[in-house]
Design a protein around this ligand. Structure first.
Ligand SMILES: NCCCC[C@H](N)C(=O)NCC(=O)O
Length: 437
């Protein structure tokens, strides 16, 4: 097989593995009613499953990134698929909340290994110019996993019940592991990777070097500032905000969440091409996404009473930029780190958005609880106050972005690459245009 055909095969397998990881990730959320019935528990206990899973995912990003640099993406992806299969099997037979939680911990752990491995495969198999677009495509096509859990998985759950449903998704992961064993290679150059001895000193030095490079931290703050708002909305508070806060029907709220996924799918390739064409202006794209998110939320939160539908649609469209914007963080990690440290750096970046989302999800719940005294119903005013927590995260992220961008530019200047101020570029372009006409 030619290298380029092989590269597409490798990407295809990686992509399917990521789609399946997203299917595992979201499969518990769509089985809320069945879970409540099976374990005889409340909605808040079930919600804590999402939090624990996110915690495991985010907490494992750095260790998993280090492991990726040591054992390579193929092995890590296979381990991830097996761990997720085990987790879903545990869940399939679990009869208590504790055992089920153990299953979700395993799913979170396996999930944590997948995306970083796929990004590493893309960076190893494709020329650098193609990587930004392929990274965006990976991120957005992967979200198909959510559709798989919402439609075929729910169908199996309704028709055959809990154990067959979770048992069958476990078997999908076994199939992914077999596919990866058969078709994946770490890179086109190295057919079989020499076994590397993992030393603590080596791991520590990689960790330090990746962290010390301001480009990695710029990636982390990028993921942190752009990624969290979309995740908070899609994973937890979007639906309650639209239904309990804005008085929309569940159907309309569901359509708006679907619009968010579709608009994100359209925006991803555009962001990818812009990053590919203007690598020196990536941070402006990031700031643009943060500005779009913050202005849309400000307009909705400041609107007296329920916001009109057109404004909510604008909010959804701006939030659809969140996922594509956060992928720029991985591009910073890739371009400012050598291949042998890329896993560690990618893991660090990926901690950003997931941690910010986790903290915001929990803090919003806490503020609502305080305002309502723990009652199960809440209204627009409670949500409005709680959602203002977004500003704390944006402010923290913006400080991080501007600080690390200054450090990155200083380093680049020391290597002879000077990024001219954007005002200067616009002025130069205007002068050139005037001169030509
Ligand atoms: N619904 C979560 C979307 C997150 C996309 C994001 N850019 C990202 O970091 N993905 C990593 C992953 O494992 O999904």
């Amino acid at each position: 097989m030619s290298t380029s055909r092989r590269a597409w095969t490798v990407w295809g397998v990686g992509l399917v593995a990521y789609i399946v990881a997203v299917l595992h990730r979201t499969s518990f959320g769509v089985s809320g009613l069945a879970a409540a019935e099976r374990f005889g528990t409340t909605a808040s206990v079930l919600a804590s499953f999402v939090v624990v899973q996110l915690l495991v995912y985010a907490g494992l990003q750095v260790p998993v990134g280090i492991l990726l640099d040591q054992i390579g993406p193929r092995r890590l992806l296979i381990i991830g698929a097996v761990v997720m299969a085990l987790g879903q099997l545990v869940l399939a037979v679990a009869a208590s909340v504790q055992v089920a939680m153990g299953g979700r911990v395993l799913v979170g752990a396996g999930d944590a290994m997948t995306f970083v491995s796929v990004l590493r495969l893309v960076a190893a198999w494709f020329p650098p110019g193609r990587v930004p677009l392929l990274t965006q495509l990976t991120g957005l096509i992967g979200q198909l996993g959510q559709v798989l859990s919402a439609v075929p998985f729910v169908l199996v759950l309704d028709m055959w019940g809990w154990t067959p449903a979770f048992g069958s998704v476990a078997s999908v992961s076994v199939f992914i592991a077999v596919l990866a064993i058969a078709l994946l290679r770490d890179s086109p150059d190295v057919r079989t990777r020499p076994v590397q001895r993992i030393t603590w000193a080596g791991v520590g030095s990689d960790l330090l070097k990746a962290w010390q490079h301001p480009g990695t931290r710029l990636g982390l703050w990028t993921h942190f500032s752009t990624g969290f708002s979309g995740m908070v909305f899609a994973m937890m508070w979007g639906f309650p905000f639209l239904v309990a806060g804005q008085g929309l029907s569940e159907g309309t709220a569901g359509s708006l969440l679907t619009l968010m996924v579709l608009a994100g799918a359209a925006a991803g390739p555009v962001v990818g091409v812009l990053v590919q064409r203007h690598p020196l202006r990536r941070s402006w794209l990031v700031l643009g996404v943060v500005l779009a998110n913050a202005s849309a939320w400000t307009a909705v939160l400041a609107w007296p009473g329920e916001a009109p539908l057109w404004l909510l649609v604008l909010l959804i469209l701006s939030l659809s930029l969140s996922g594509p914007g956060s992928m720029i963080g991985f591009d910073f990690a890739r371009t400012f780190n050598p291949p042998n440290r890329l896993g560690t750096a990618t893991g660090m970046v990926n901690v950003g958005g997931f941690t910010a989302a986790l903290v915001t999800i929990l803090a919003i719940g806490l503020v609502i609880d305080i305002r309502t005294g723990g009652a199960s119903t809440y209204g627009l005013d409670d949500l409005r106050v709680a959602l203002c927590l977004h500003y704390v995260i944006w402010l923290t992220g913006l400080i991080g972005i501007l600080r690390t961008r200054r450090l990155v530019r200083r380093r680049m200047a020391a290597h002879g690459v000077v990024v001219p101020p954007i005002r200067e570029v616009i002025e130069r372009r205007r002068r050139n245009r005037r001169w030509r006409s």
